[in-house]
Design a protein around this ligand. Structure first.
Ligand code: NAP
Length: 541
C-alpha cells in the first residue's frame, strides 16, 4: 500500500452476493486484502433476501453466473432453465466454498457509515455493533434492486397479522396454506409469487395499480444433452453475453424490422419465437424498443396472448396494459400468473381507477369500496433501484457530503462505477450503468475496478478522484440516449427504471440505455486509455 497510514484492509466491500464474491476473486488474485460485510446471516445478496414463494431468475440459469473460472462453470449443474432462489443461493454458496471465499466474508454485520478521511486518505467504515475499520478502497456491492420501497399507506403498522415487504419474506418460512393473503403490487415479484401462493392459500387478493406486459418464462428442466451442449460451448456463451445489448446469451440482432414485415410474416415470426424469456424481444425484430409503431405491434401481440390465457374478459381487461410502450416498465416473465386468475380463490382489485386503497386496518385492507380481510399482507411494492442502498446509510466523500445529499434531484455518476467528490469509492452497477443480465455487468464492473486498483498500486498512487467534468459528460450522454428511447416514458407509469416509483423524489435518468455491449466497450476503452475519468494523486509526504 502506498497510503502512509496502514489500513485494516486494502478494500472493504458491502454485500455478499454476486458482486461481493466477484470482488473477492478478482482483488484477491491481484494481491489485495479484502473484507466483505453483509448484514444478512448468509451469503447470497438478493438470493438470500428474496425467498418469497416462486422467486426465480428471469435470466436463463447457464449465463446467470460468474465466469471467471472454467472449472466452476463445468462443475456446477443447473437443474432447470430458470433456477429458483434456493438453487441460485446454493450456487453462490458453492462458489464461495469452492474458491475458499468465506474467510473474507463477515456476515450478520451491518455497515452504518462510511466516511472518507481527508487527512489519512482512507475510508473509515463503521458497523452497527460499534466496530470501525479502515480501508483504502470502499466498494458498494449492495445490488441495484435491494433497498425495499415501503409505500406510505396509512395504517400499515396496525395490521394484526404478518405484514412485510416481499424481499423480507420470513427467512424461517411462513405457512400460508389455508390463509387469506393480500398482495399489494402487481410487478415482477407478484407475477412470480401469485401462482405459487394461490395453490395452497385459502384466497389471494392482488391489489393492482398498473398492469404490466407479462411474457411467459416457459420453464423447462435442464436435460443432460442440453447441459452438455452448454458446457461444450461456454466460451462462446460468455462471448455472446459480453457482446449483447442486454448482457444475455441471445442470438442476434435479427437484422429485420417489424415495421417492414408484412402482417403475416410478422405474426409468423412473433409466434415462432414465443418460446419464453426476453429472447422474444431481442430475437424477433430490431426495432421493437426503438420504433413506437413496432413497439405497438409487439405490445398488441403480448396482449393477444394474455387474453388467450385469462378466462374472464373483465379480468383480462383489467390486466391489459394501456397508455405506455412495452419496456417503459420492466416486463416480468411469468410461470402461470395469468392462469392463476382463472382460479376461484384468486381476486384482482383495480386500485387505480375503481377502488383506491384508503388504509390498512387491523384486519386487512380498506379501499374506497370494500373492506378486505386477510391473515397475511405482502407488500410487493418494489425497490429504490440503483441508488437506494447507497443512500440508506451515510456514505460521505469530500466536504462531508453524503451520496444521499448529492442525489436529491438527480443521480449523476460515471459509468455506474464511481462518483465525483467520492475518492477511492467504487460502486458495482451503480446509477447510470445499463440494466442488463446482472452477473455479466457485475463482472465487467469488477474487472474495471480491479484494473483501476492495479494501476493505483503499481504506480504508487494514494487517491483517485473521479472528475466532475467526466461525470457531467457521462450524465449528459446517458440522458441524451435515454430521451431517445421509449423507456423515457417510464415516468408516466411509476417505472423504477427512472426512479418514478419513489414517493419522495422526482423521476430521473438512472440507466444507460446505449447497450450493455457498448458500455462494456467503454469500460475497456477507459482502462486502455489510463482511466481519463479519474485524477490520480500521490500524497505530498
Ligand atoms: P415493481 O415492479 O416496482 O412493482 C411494484 C408494484 O407495487 C407495482 O405494481 C406498483 O404499482 C405497486 N405499488 C408500489 N407502490 C404502491 C402503493 N403505494 N400502492 C399500491 N401499489 C403500489 O417491483 P417488483 O415486482 O419487486 O420488481 C422490481 C424489479 O425487481 C423487477 O422489475 C426486476 O428487475 C426485479 N425482480 C426480478 C425478478 C427476477 O428476475 N426474477 C423477480 C422479482 C423482481 P405501479 O406499477 O402502479 O407503480
Amino acid at each position: 500500500m502506498t497510503t502512509q497510514q496502514k489500513p485494516d484492509f486494502d478494500c472493504i466491500a458491502v454485500g455478499a452476493g454476486f458482486a461481493g464474491l466477484a470482488l473477492i476473486h478478482y482483488l484477491r488474485d491481484a494481491g489485495l486484502s479484502i473484507r466483505v460485510f453483509d448484514r444478512a446471516a448468509d451469503i447470497g445478496g438478493t438470493w438470500t433476501w428474496n425467498r418469497y414463494p416462486g422467486a426465480a431468475t428471469d435470466s436463463e440459469s447457464y449465463y446467470y453466473c460468474l465466469t471467471f473460472s472454467k472449472e466452476l462453470l463445468q462443475e456446477w449443474s443447473w437443474t432447470k432453465r430458470y433456477p429458483d432462489w434456493e438453487e441460485t443461493h446454493n450456487y453462490l454458496k458453492f462458489v464461495a466454498d469452492k474458491c475458499d471465499m468465506r474467510p473474507h466474508i463477515q456476515l450478520n454485520t451491518e455497515i452504518v457509515s462510511a466516511e472518507y478521511q481527508q487527512d489519512s486518505g482512507l475510508w473509515l467504515v463503521k458497523t452497527g455493533d460499534g466496530e470501525s475499520y479502515t480501508c483504502k478502497y470502499f466498494v458498494s456491492a449492495m445490488g441495484m434492486i435491494s433497498e425495499p420501497q415501503i409505500p406510505s399507506i396509512p395504517g400499515l403498522d396496525t395490521f394484526k397479522g404478518p405484514c412485510f415487504h416481499s424481499s423480507r419474506w420470513p427467512q424461517e418460512g411462513l405457512d400460508y396454506a389455508g390463509k387469506r393473503v393480500g398482495i399489494i403490487g402487481a410487478g415482477a415479484t407478484t407475477v412470480q409469487m401469485l401462482p405459487v401462493v394461490a395453490q395452497t392459500a385459502a384466497s389471494v387478493t392482488v391489489f393492482q395499480r398498473t398492469p404490466n406486459f407479462v411474457m411467459p418464462a416457459m420453464q423447462k428442466p435442464m436435460t443432460p444433452e442440453w447441459e452438455k451442449e452448454i458446457k461444450d460451448n461456454y466460451d462462446s456463451i460468455i462471448e455472446k453475453c459480453r457482446n449483447h445489448v442486454f448482457g444475455m446469451a441471445f442470438e442476434g440482432p435479427p437484422g429485420r424490422n417489424a415495421v417492414d414485415a408484412t402482417p403475416e410474416e410478422r405474426e409468423r415470426i412473433f409466434e415462432e419465437h414465443w418460446n419464453g424469456s426476453f429472447r422474444w424481444v431481442f430475437e424477433t425484430f430490431d426495432d421493437l424498443l426503438a420504433d413506437p409503431e413496432a413497439n405497438r405491434m409487439a405490445s398488441e401481440f403480448i396482449i393477444k396472448k394474455m387474453k388467450e390465457r385469462v378466462n374472464d374478459p373483465e379480468i383480462a381487461e383489467l390486466l391489459t396494459p394501456k397508455g405506455y410502450p412495452l419496456f417503459a416498465k420492466r416486463p416480468p416473465l411469468d410461470h402461470g400468473f395469468y392462469e392463476a386468475f382463472n382460479r376461484d380463490n384468486v381476486h384482482l382489485v383495480d386500485i387505480k381507477d375503481r377502488e383506491p386503497i384508503v388504509e390498512v386496518t387491523e384486519t386487512g385492507v380498506r379501499t374506497t369500496e370494500n373492506d378486505y380481510e386477510f391473515d397475511i399482507i405482502v407488500l410487493a411494492t418494489g425497490f429504490k433501484a440503483y441508488t437506494g442502498a447507497l443512500e440508506a446509510f451515510d456514505i460521505r466523500g469530500l466536504h462531508g457530503q453524503t451520496l444521499r445529499d448529492k442525489w436529491k434531484t438527480s443521480s449523476e455518476a460515471i459509468m455506474g462505477v464511481c462518483v465525483s467528490d467520492f475518492p477511492n469509492l467504487f460502486t458495482v452497477t451503480g446509477p447510470q450503468a445499463p440494466f442488463a443480465n446482472l452477473p455479466t455487468s457485475i463482472e465487467q464492473n469488477v474487472m474495471w475496478i480491479t484494473d483501476c486498483i492495479q494501476k493505483m498500486e503499481s504506480e504508487g498512487y494514494d487517491t483517485f478522484i473521479p472528475r466532475a467534468e467526466a461525470e457531467k459528460e457521462w450524465t449528459a450522454h446517458t440522458a441524451e440516449i435515454h430521451d431517445q428511447t421509449l423507456m423515457s416514458q417510464g415516468d408516466k407509469v411509476n417505472s423504477w427504471m427512472m426512479g418514478a416509483n419513489l414517493e419522495d423524489k422526482p423521476p430521473r435518468v438512472l440507466i444507460y440505455f446505449g447497450g450493455a455491449n457498448i458500455y462494456y466497450d467503454k469500460l475497456r476503452e477507459s482502462v486502455e486509455s489510463g482511466f481519463p475519468e479519474l485524477d490520480f494523486k500521490k500524497s505530498a509526504a
